[in-house]
Design a protein around this ligand. Structure first.
Ligand SMILES: C[S@@+](CC[C@H](N)C(=O)[O-])C[C@H]1O[C@@H](n2cnc3c(N)ncnc32)[C@H](O)[C@@H]1O
Length: 273
């Protein structure tokens, strides 16, 4: 017997929100449309398409990869399994970066490990006078970032390579931002939940979680102007270690910022002028 959208939603083994998002995806409609048409009967093709998406979600695939997008800093970004799924925590990195360049005209910004491009693109759109370069060692990730920049109308420069070894030339930056892989390779969360589906090279440095943060802090002085700022995201228990890395790399005014859960999530420091 044909079932209405309301019945499909009521009987899905998925949480209501996820089931609704999958139906919106299948039908190409808004939340309001779905609510106002919940007595409609999907046809057999639509029901089969929904069931295929539902089966993927029930097998554990992250909803963002199934939908193909995730909202960040008020905009939708395309995501694929080539990139980390944007996390709300990373908005603190954008906030920190924007604050660091607040008084500077036409600042030069470098985003190391851009993934889907969320940090670089959000900053470029909020500061259209900034010149923002985004790098990644993954060509597949850079392709996603370029697609997002085009779709959202952000003008960025892109470089492929290993951290500072990305043909950066002799350019000097006012700000370097980075959300590098910082999960310890022995952390069992890497083989659980959504993380199983995300690129391992975006999650872990293959070591203790601090090795990429170390490289980024140590190499920054060669690419920052005097008075320039480095701002990084890190794990919930890494703030003290990252502050020490910044201090031993020549930064002053080193401080960590807390996320909405009260966890020290971002650390920044300034090169002496
Ligand atoms: C934690 S993800 C962050 C992605 C994005 N900035 C975000 O916040 O969602 C880390 C990114 O760093 C990139 N990455 C890992 N190792 C790298 C390296 N050695 N050089 C450059 N990028 C690297 C990964 O490909 C990945 O896109």
């Amino acid at each position: 017997m044909a079932r209405s959208l309301r019945d499909w939603l009521a009987h899905s083994p998925l949480p209501h929100l996820e089931s609704r998002l999958l139906w919106q995806q299948v039908l190409g409609v808004s939340r309001t449309w779905l609510i106002t048409h919940d007595a409609d009967l999907p046809d057999a093709g639509q029901a089969a398409a929904y069931q295929a998406l539902e089966a993927r979600r029930l097998a554990g695939e992250p909803i963002a990869y199934i939908l193909g997008y995730r909202e960040f800093w008020g905009r939708n970004f395309h995501v694929s399994p080539a990139v980390l799924i944007p996390r709300p925590d990373t908005e603190l990195l954008v906030e920190c970066g924007l604050q660091a360049i607040a008084g500077l005209p036409s600042p030069q910004v470098l985003d190391l490990g851009t993934g889907s491009g969320i940090v670089a693109i959000s900053m470029a759109l909020d500061r259209p006078d900034a010149r923002v370069r985004a790098t990644d060692c993954s060509l597949a990730a850079l392709a996603v970032a370029e697609m997002n920049a085009r779709a959202l109308g952000a003008k960025l420069l892109f470089s492929h390579g290993n951290w500072y070894d990305s043909q950066l030339g002799s350019e000097q930056y006012d700000l370097i931002v980075s959300n590098p892989p910082y999960i310890d390779s022995q952390d069992t969360h890497l083989v659980q939940g959504d993380l199983r589906f995300e690129p391992q090279g975006a999650l872990t440095d293959g070591a203790d979680g601090l090795s990429d943060l170390h490289r980024i802090a140590q190499g920054a002085a060669a690419y920052l102007r005097s008075g320039g700022v480095l701002c990084v995201e890190h794990g919930w228990d890494q703030a003290a270690a990252v502050r020490a890395l910044f201090q031993s790399s020549g930064f002053s005014d080193v401080a960590s910022l807390r996320d909405l859960a009260g966890i020290e999530r971002v650390t920044w420091g300034r090169l002496p002028a």
